[in-house]
Design a binder for this molecule. Sequence first.
Ligand SMILES: *[C@@H]1O[C@H](CO)[C@@H](O)[C@H](O)[C@H]1NC(C)=O
Ligand SMILES: *[C@@H]1O[C@H](CO)[C@@H](O)[C@H](O)[C@H]1NC(C)=O
Ligand SMILES: *[C@@H]1O[C@H](CO)[C@@H](O)[C@H](O)[C@H]1NC(C)=O
Ligand SMILES: *[C@@H]1O[C@H](CO)[C@@H](O)[C@H](O)[C@H]1NC(C)=O
Ligand SMILES: *[C@@H]1O[C@H](CO)[C@@H](O)[C@H](O)[C@H]1NC(C)=O
Length: 386
Amino acid sequence: MESCKYEAFVCLLLSVALLLPFKTVVCSSSCTFPAIFNFGDSNSDTGGLSAAFGQAPPPNGETFFGAPAGRFCDGRLILDFIAESLRLNRLHAFLDSVGSNFSHGANFATAGSTIRPQNTTISQSGYSPISLDVQSVQFSDFKTRSQEFMQTESIFRNLLPKEDDFSGALYTFDIGQNDLTAGYKLNMSTEQVKAYVPDLVAQFSNAIKNVYARGGRAFWIHNTCPAGCLPYVMDRFPVTAAQIDEFGCATPFNEVSKYFNLRLKQAVVELRKELPSAAITYVDIYSVKYSLITRATKLGFENPFLTCCGHGGKYNYNRSNKCGSKKIVNGKEIVTAKSCKDPSARVSWDGAHFTEAANKWIFNQIVNGSFSDPPLPLHLACQRME
Ligand SMILES: *[C@@H]1O[C@H](CO)[C@@H](O)[C@H](O)[C@H]1NC(C)=O
Ligand SMILES: *[C@@H]1O[C@H](CO)[C@@H](O)[C@H](O)[C@H]1NC(C)=O
Ligand SMILES: *[C@@H]1O[C@H](CO)[C@@H](O)[C@H](O)[C@H]1NC(C)=O
Ligand SMILES: *[C@@H]1O[C@H](CO)[C@@H](O)[C@H](O)[C@H]1NC(C)=O
Ligand SMILES: *[C@@H]1O[C@H](CO)[C@@H](O)[C@H](O)[C@H]1NC(C)=O
C-alpha cells in the first residue's frame, strides 16, 4: 500500500516538474525487471576477475559472505543491493563456470577493467584484459548461446534467462575510473588524460548501442567517482599541498573525473535521441561518493582516507602490501595486511574500494532517484521520459 502511494506521489511530482499532463508520464506500477546485465570494473565485479586470475584473497568477503566471494570488498557491492532491491538473485560472473545460475542475469564486469583496451598486460599494469569491448562481445555471445540452449530440453534451461528477459532487463554500467588512472600511470599530464576522454566516452556509447541493437531498453549508468579522494590514487600520485581541497582530496584527479562525467552526460543526451526506445538513467555516483567522503564523520564513519584492510603508510595502504597480502614467517603463512576491527565504521575497504557499509549508504542515496537524471527511482527506470 505504502509503496503504491509513494509511486503515485512520485508520478505527480514528475508531471508537475515537467509541466506535463499526468498521463504523459507513464504512471504505471513498478517495472518488473526479470534480469540485470552488468558491465564494469571492480566497483561491480562479483567474481569475474577471480574466475579468470584467481580469487580475491581473505579477508575480502568476511562481513557478509564469511569468505572470499569474488568481490573486492568485505561484503556486498552497490550492484548486490540493486539486485536485492529488485528481488533478483545477486549476479554471478559470466566467467564463473562453477555453480553459476544466470536466470536473473549475468555480470560481465571484472576488477581492473577499462573502457579502452590497454596496451599492457595485467601483470605489467594491473588492468584487466576484459575491457568494455570484450564485455560487449561476451554479452552478445551469452545472449546467442543461452537462447540456443533454451530451445533444447537441457538441464541448462533452469540456469539461463528466457528470451524476453533480455528486452525486459535492466542494463547497468559502472566503468571509466581505471581509464583515467591508466594515463597517469603512463606519466601523462592531466591535460593529456583529458585529451583522450572523448574517445573513452565514444567507446562507452558504442557499448550502449551494442546492447540496444540486441534488444536492451533500460539502462542505468553510474558516472565515475571522485578518483582524487581514493587512498590508492593519493598514495600513487602525490600532489602538492595547493592541490589538496578543503576535505583532503586531490583536486587534479577530481577535475578529470568531473570532466569525464560531463562528457558522459552529454553522450547520454545524444544516445536518448539516437535510441528512440531506450530509457537511460544517468546516476551521479560522483556526488554521492564525494558527499560520503567529505561528510564521513558527520555520518558516523571514521576517517574516510584510512583504509580498513591494509598495512602501514599514511592511509593504512601500501601498494606492495595490499589487503590480504601474505608472507611466510618461520615456515608459517601469515596475513600481513589484515582487516580492521569494525569495517562498518570505515568508508574505504582497501584503498581502492568501498566497504559494504559505504556501499549500502551509497545505494540508499541513489535508489530513490534523487541523484538520477531523469529523477526516477530504480524501480521505475524502465520508463522513458519524453
Ligand atoms: C594502444 O596503442 C594503439 C596503437 O598505438 C593506440 O591507438 C591506442 O590508443 C593505445 N591504447 C591506449 C589505451 O593507450
Ligand atoms: C536458478 O535461479 C532461479 C531463480 O532464483 C531458480 O528459479 C532456479 O531454480 C535456479 N536454477 C537451479 C538449477 O537451481
Ligand atoms: C614514468 O616516470 C617514472 C619516473 O620518472 C619512470 O620510472 C617510469 O618508467 C615512467 N613510466 C613510463 C611508462 O614511462
Ligand atoms: C610497504 O611495503 C613494503 C613491502 O612490505 C615495505 O618494504 C615498505 O617499507 C612499505 N612502505 C611503507 C610506507 O610502509
Ligand atoms: C532519497 O533518499 C535519501 C536517503 O534516504 C534521502 O536523504 C533523500 O531525501 C531521498 N530523496 C527523495 C527525493 O526522496
